[in-house]
Design a protein around this ligand. Sequence first.
Ligand code: TXA
Ligand code: MG
Length: 333
Amino acid sequence: MRTRKWLANDNLIEAIEQLKGGEVVAFPTETVYGLGANARNEKAIEKIYKAKGRPSDNPLIVHFASWKQIEPYVTDVPDYVSQLMDAFSPGPITFVLKSTGKVAPSVTAGLPTVGVRIPDHPVALRLLEHCPFPLAAPSANLSGKPSPTLAQHVIDDLEGKIAGVIDGGNAKTGLESTVLDCTGPSPVILRPGTITAKDIEKVLTGQMIDTTSQEQVDSPISPGTKYKHYAPEVPLYLFIGKDQTFIREKLKSRHIGRLCFLQLDQKATLEVEKTYELGQSNQEVAKRLYDVLRHVSKTDVDAVYCVLEGEDALSEAIVDRLKRAATYLYVED
Ligand code: TXA
Ligand code: MG
């Protein structure tokens, strides 16, 4: 299949025609690139799973241009959802709500719920306004690889496997949306993102927000969180609060690279072969992380390591993604 490439300021008619014809098209959002298809068309959705090599028990987020478009797809919506929508949508947040069953069965992977989101990106919104259906869209990477924050990442993973990709430049946020289970009396964070529990608590004054650690749950509510993600092609060693001797021991005699946070943690432990700078602020690190993880695989190191001295300075979402990318994780006892 020839993968077409469009620019964000093209008129998008061709991309919309492809989507209407049941094809899969990658498009930019403010978080990461999404791999979109008609959420009501089972055959189109199967093409997403096939292109990504995604396990069939991992449901997809459905994207809309407005709350009005979402309404027919969800039911039993708690009052707090409208407050959160007003505060954060369009934006990097996904609401898991009871589904009315109007999306194709594989979108929800058999769950009674559906994840809905209004992305804050002009191209995504234009597509969603012009398609007569919502777009189911996981991140547009091969399953297990870092999510794409540039059109080139999508092409590297999926060229020849999808109908097209719309190039919207560098994704603004760089980390996937916060996924919030809104089926209970108060919301529960299933996947941390740039919108934090604190941000949510500020809007719902007085309500405590739970974060479920999915690793500890036998039957995860958000199936995607049980899979390994974001791994570079060389092993990533992640050390949290471990001392220098321990780290040196684990890494000896390797052709090694290091992921470092400017200012957050500056001491090099080894004579490192290469350093990869992730940035200074949480915002900068979020924006660059996946690009750096992809870049590492293309250089000639045979392993890479990263040291977190204390998790406090870094956002929960970044620590979460690093842990899931890690091949070896050493946490201070
Ligand atoms: O920012 C984002 O969320 C990006 C952009 C493209 O919108 N999308 C994205 O999709 O990250 P994906 O498929 O890579 O991750 C979706 C996550 C998975 O962990 C999945 O299990 C969870 O959301 N999810 C989707 N529907 C769900 C549902 N009904 N109940 C619980 N979790 C759900
Ligand atoms: Mg993903």
